[in-house]
Unconditional design. Structure first.
Length: 279
């Protein structure tokens, strides 16, 4: 099978060099978190139902989930799309091991595991009806990923990019109350960036955007427990001392803002970017 190749002049256009120290740090972060990841992260059905609705008229479906983590969204995809043959892709071996055991423990067999770097996808051309990525694009170089992803899609195939905009992140419970969380998380993008991507792509067209909002509730203790386990990779960008001070500041801000620290309510927002392969 021929692999998708990118013209070198195209490959380098608009690419921001990857900071290898951050890549190594994130790999260590996800290795340590792999066994607990599905338990401490929110997993919402709505974006998967959105994808399933887009693909409902296809009798057989081949797909790839890039940056699959520990398989939490893969399980939902495979349940929502019974005819789906899914390739679960990640660069972290421990996460992939967890994905495999997690899906098998839920009696899922119609999947494959592929260790691959999203910035260096080497997937046979025109293989998939869709490619998805859930809350992972901030770990990729987006233009490289989108161009390589386009080559792996069949004609009129979809690329579903589920993420959180920079402005949405600022409005989360962490962006509002955890010191320096929004400032340190500089890997996210906004709609202006998406517009630039769309104008620069030759084989993908941005055909839709869907906004999601989720009501959340937790106690301060539950929030502190998640932060201590670094459920968001953003927390790994803090030094140990900065993180300790930020945790203290977070507690103080939460107690000052909410009358009941055992019943904290907020909303999370996300966006689904829908691209389609064109010839």
């Amino acid at each position: 099978m021929a692999t998708f190749q990118i013209n070198e002049s195209i490959q380098s256009e608009g690419v921001v060099p990857v900071d290898n120290s951050i890549v190594l740090s994130m790999n260590d972060h996800f290795t340590k978190l792999s066994n607990d990841y599905n338990d401490i992260r929110n997993t919402d059905l709505a974006p998967v139902s959105f994808i399933a609705n887009k693909l409902k008229n296809r009798t057989t479906i081949s797909g790839a989930d890039i940056g699959c983590g520990a398989g939490r969204y893969d399980l939902l995809l495979l349940r929502q799309l019974p005819t789906l043959d899914l390739t679960c892709c990640d660069s972290n071996e421990q996460m992939l091991n967890k994905t495999s055991s997690y899906l098998r423990s839920n009696d899922i067999r119609n999947f494959h595991i592929l260790k691959v770097d999203a910035n260096n996808l080497s997937i046979p051309s025109k293989t998939f009806d869709f490619i998805s990525s859930f809350n992972a694009v901030h770990h990729f170089e987006p233009m490289t990923f989108l161009r390589r992803g386009a080559g792996a899609l069949k004609s009129k195939g979809y690329l579903f990019l589920y993420t959180r905009l920079r402005s949405q992140n600022e409005r989360t419970i962490w962006g509002r109350f955890f010191p320096q969380f929004h400032e340190k998380e500089d890997r996210l993008y906004d709609l202006g960036d998406v517009e630039i991507w769309a104008k620069s792509l030759n084989f993908l067209r941005l055909v839709g955007m869907e906004f999601f909002q989720f009501n959340r509730r937790a106690s301060l203790g539950q929030l502190l427990g998640k932060a201590e386990r670094k459920h968001y990779s953003t927390f790994s960008l803090y030094t140990r001392e900065d993180f300790r001070q930020a945790m203290n500041g977070f507690q103080a801000r939460i107690k000052n803002h909410f009358s009941d620290a055992n019943n904290i309510r907020w909303s999370d927002e996300n966006i689904m970017l829908v691209f389609q392969r064109i010839e």
